[in-house]
Ligand binder design. Sequence first.
Ligand code: MRU
Length: 361
Amino acid sequence: MTNTTKNVYDLETVMLEDATSEMVIIDQTLLPSETVFLRLKTQKEIWEAIYKLRVRGAPAIGVAAAYGIYLGAKAIKALEYKEFYTDFISLKKYLASSRPTAVNLFWALDRMDECVKRYKEKTVEDIKFELLKEAHKIKEEDTWVCRSIGEYGLTLLKPDMGILTHCNAGQLATSKYGTALAPIYVGQEKGYNLKVFADETRPLLQGARLTAYELNKAGVDVTLICDNMASAVMKNGWVQGVFVGCDRVAANGDTANKIGTSGVAILAKNYNIPFYVCAPTSTIDLNCASGKDICIEERNPKEVTEMWYEKRMAPKDVKVFNPAFDVTDEKFITGIITEYGIAKAPYNESLKEIFKRKRGM
Ligand code: MRU
């Protein structure tokens, strides 16, 4: 893994350099104080980058997994399909073990797998080329998807509104625009002058380090608050809508997103503020009947007691609970904004309708 610091900041989160067989990512663990671009070559480096949140956010994880498995497949020596596919499946299992909750990881790897099977009659060299095209397509589609979510989301907003968001579901978490931040960026283009409150998002501060950073950089009016200030801000009447991203939406609308999201949804209900989940269809998992079926990642206790700074903020042997995500019950969700329209309760029906629209039915 080699590091290069660029002078000009480029918000493109994940890029492929096919000529050098490298994936280039912004190391999001170092933002906002350092902008370091990592060049990832090996499967181990790519796995580590996803696991350590150097690249993070459900759609960006999907793009990184697609480019990652392409690079792995490119290096496979086998010339016969059967041998090639056996090695490909080992790569798929390995990358799939990096993080459990964001379904985009598995969705992207499955899509790459389908691509291999679709072209099984071709030569291995040709299959590798098809994989490259498919990975690029996953990234390009994500830009369109986010833009569309932004356009639909903006129909729910009026100029000068106050919006609260949790974690980072912005440009850094996607190919472009973000999901929850897409309506804000599209609104900015159209002169909406929205006022955003960004929860800091403990333990790893994606809200403070990433959301506040990218919105500020884009010239959006953003105010950073600690997680425990959301109620005060809502009570003051400063927020007219909550927009969050998601890592997996179940068939009934229950939604896994960054830890703390469910608390924000409960607060929003209390203050009668609409709560919207911005969800690419790649993040909707109809195989999960409800939130109970979603696997919630538990991470290293040190993220709570030290963050990344190796300076203890809690007693040495204290017990720690560190789930990376929680599930917001569908009853707290006003609408789920997808690239094919806005789903409303009952989600069991409306999400199926969204997928019908996606299939052009
Ligand atoms: O642990 P992270 O930083 O990957 O968690 C990210 C989130 O929870 C985001 O809100 C979610 O992935 C949506 S990103 C468009």
